[in-house]
Design a protein around this ligand. Structure first.
Ligand SMILES: [Mn+2]
Length: 317
């Protein structure tokens, strides 16, 4: 029996919450985890679907044209609802895209399917907003008023910390999406609550290691192979380095590359600068103005970091 609706979402906190909201509005739909690189191939899973919902998958410049062609073709046969909040490529105007950089994807998903959702599902949208640091936007603050914010931060923290362990365990993440789609409290999902406690201790040890070993340039502070959560490492790198941007790099032996995570204190246009610096050394990168990631050939990792530092320095003057 062909699936009527197929859902694709990202595996981070905002993506999981978006997926849960999409699933609540389309009970029984299969949920696939994807990312900006694999979405092109992953969409093949939906070639027989009547409706395709994609949440929180950035449309990055290098693949923009292919995504546009593929999704536009799919949209001739099925209804496509592509919900995203990452900066989009210039002149990327298509009818199937629900897009707003001022919200998180979970909130956009909640708004899009609001009519078919229990109003209490708004808290799942807020977990996504907190997970993506988008909880201070006017819409999120409005939704937050209908709940006790402290309880919601606790629940959102449980997701964000809990999924830091087993990042590639998509079956586990699918179970979480399923439970969240029923509005089960994250703190009451035993595996998630247990992992959150474990992750918090690991983060604390990571934080203390970074405090000792961070290297500071002009605008960038960096750490390499910290053996811990890479995006947290990037945050603590800029905090303890005292610079506007933090970079954490982790060597991936099987591909001879570094995975990098970059975090900024304020809007540093990271999505653009990281893409440029990564491409100059044969890698890929992108994301948000304050949070980005990428993959850099191992031999060029210091060129990438120095290039980013130089670009950030020159744009301030
Ligand atoms: Mn997101």
């Amino acid at each position: 029996m062909p699936a009527e609706t197929v859902i694709f979402t990202h595996g981070d906190c905002d993506g999981i919450c978006s997926g849960a909201l999409a699933l609540a509005a389309h009970e029984g739909a299969p949920v696939f985890f994807s990312n900006p690189v694999s979405i092109l191939d992953d969409l093949d899973e939906a070639k027989d679907a009547d409706r395709i919902v994609v949440c929180d998958i950035a449309i990055n410049l290098p693949r923009a044209r292919d995504i546009k062609n593929k999704v536009t073709k799919l949209s001739k046969k099925a209804e496509v609802i592509y919900i995203d909040h990452h900066p989009k490529p210039p002149r990327f105007n298509v009818s199937w895209l629900v897009h707003d950089t001022n919200s998180c994807a979970a909130q956009l998903t909640y708004e899009r399917f609001r009519k078919s959702l229990d109003p209490d599902m708004s808290r799942v949208a807020i977990y996504g907003a907190i997970g993506d640091y988008k909880d201070q936007t006017p819409l999120a603050m409005e939704l937050l008023k209908t709940w006790d914010s402290r309880s919601l931060y606790y629940e959102a923290g449980t997701i964000a910390q809990g999924i830091a362990i087993g990042r590639k365990d998509y079956d586990h993440k699918r179970d979480i999406v399923q439970l969240l789609s029923k509005n089960v409290l994250p703190s009451q999902i035993p595996s998630l609550a247990k992992n959150a406690i474990k992750a918090s201790l690991m983060e604390e040890e990571l934080r203390l290691r970074i405090e000792k070993s961070v290297v500071r340039l002009n605008s960038v502070s960096y750490v390499i192979d910290m053996d811990g959560f890479i995006s947290k490492a990037a945050i603590y790198a800029h905090i303890y380095g005292g610079t506007c941007v933090g970079v954490a790099a982790e060597y991936l032996k099987s591909k001879d590359v570094y995975d990098v995570s970059i975090r900024a204190k304020g809007d540093c246009n990271l999505n653009v600068l990281v893409d440029m610096a990564a491409r100059r050394c044969g890698g890929t990168g992108g994301g948000h103005p304050m949070a980005a990631g990428g993959r850099i050939p191992a031999a060029c990792i210091m060129d990438f970091i120095n290039d980013l530092d130089a670009m950030l320095g020159s744009r301030k003057k």
